[in-house]
Design a protein around this ligand. Structure first.
Ligand code: NAD
Length: 295
């Protein structure tokens, strides 16, 4: 595979993802508004351009990894005019399903191909090229995107037409947010019933309470030594990002006229938790607030 990639957004996720494309032998020209992100990417062999438009000027594939929908739409308005006609636009940011469809429309109107391809796996997955990509687009768009995404991840799933990748991401993270709260409440209830964390873990991890929030990201220190709870909840997956994703899921539930009662409650709890200093903590730190209020 020999392709010119234009990569815009070289932050915590985009930086290591772009580095993996370089490792796979692709020519990557990148841009980020932040100087430190540009410098780190340059250290990994990314050719740093003077602007986002310049980064995509010769690109066959344009990858964006930006904070939120408004950044993606603003960038697409500029980049779809700057890239050579027929380029494939792949947005890996987590954004609303509706915004993903608008972004794809902007790209297609300008004569390009487009796919939404949000990720799961966090910064460790981005660094290890073991991300899961959830892709929305036509069969032809998926076929073009797949080899590029495979250089940055382990699993690439075609979820359906434009927006389907974002839909899968929001649904997955709604499961994760709700299950983390359920696991946390179970540990707090167990404590009050005199049950040790280890005993509850040993049972639930091999019984019907088993889930990723328990067995990989356990919110209490001890049972899973690698979980963020053992290092004062250093992220991991930041609470602010969980709050963002649950907010997008709640908005999607409203647009679909669905109650999604637990998803909405999880969105409220994380929105309140992620204000201020807790924003950067791992999302499992929510357990530290769930015991309050029952005294
Ligand atoms: P980040 O803030 O570290 O990186 C975003 C980068 O985009 C920043 O470096 C910023 O300077 C740059 N940027 C913003 N606007 C720009 C513009 N117009 N042109 C060029 N650069 C611009 O965020 P991140 O953690 O890398 O997350 C990126 C996306 O991935 C988000 O949508 C997030 O929800 C999603 N995501 C993150 C994780 C995670 O664990 N960090 C996991 C899964 C998905």
């Amino acid at each position: 595979m020999s392709l010119n990639i234009g990569f815009v957004g070289l932050g915590n996720m985009g930086g290591p993802m772009a580095a993996n494309l370089v490792r796979a032998g692709l020519r990557v020209t990148g841009y980020d508004l932040a100087e430190d992100a540009r410098e780190r990417a340059a250290g990994h062999g990314v050719a740093v351009a003077g602007s986002a438009a310049e980064a995509v000027a010769a690109a066959e594939v344009v990858v964006t990894m930006l904070p939120a929908g408004r950044h993606v739409l603003e960038s697409y308005r500029e980049l779809t005019a700057a890239a050579p006609r027929g380029a494939l636009f792949v947005d890996c940011s987590t954004i609303a399903v509706g915004d993903a469809r608008i972004a794809a429309g902007l790209a297609r109107t300008a004569g390009h191909l487009a796919a939404d391809a949000p990720v799961s796996g966090g910064v460790p997955g981005a660094e290890a090229a073991s991300l899961t990509f959830m892709v929305g687009g036509s069969d032809a768009e998926f076929a073009e995107a797949e080899p590029v995404l495979a250089a940055m991840g382990r699993t690439v799933v075609h979820c359906g037409p434009s927006g389907a990748g974002q839909a899968a991401k929001l649904c997955n993270n709604m499961i994760l947010g709700v299950s983390m709260i359920a696991v946390s409440e179970a540990f707090l209830l167990g404590e009050s019933l005199g049950l040790s964390h280890q005993a509850l873990f040993d049972v639930a991890a091999t019984a019907s309470g088993q889930c990723w929030a328990l067995t990989a990201n356990c919110p209490v220190p001890g049972p899973v030594p690698a979980s963020p709870a053992n290092r004062e909840y250093a992220a991991g997956f930041a609470a602010a990002l969980m709050a963002k994703d649950l907010g997008l899921a709640a908005d999607a539930a409203t647009a679909s006229a669905l109650p999604a009662e637990f998803g909405r409650r999880a969105a409220e709890l994380y929105a309140s938790f992620a204000q201020g200093e807790a924003a950067g903590l791992d999302f499992s730190a929510i357990i530290t607030t769930l015991g309050k209020g029952a005294e």
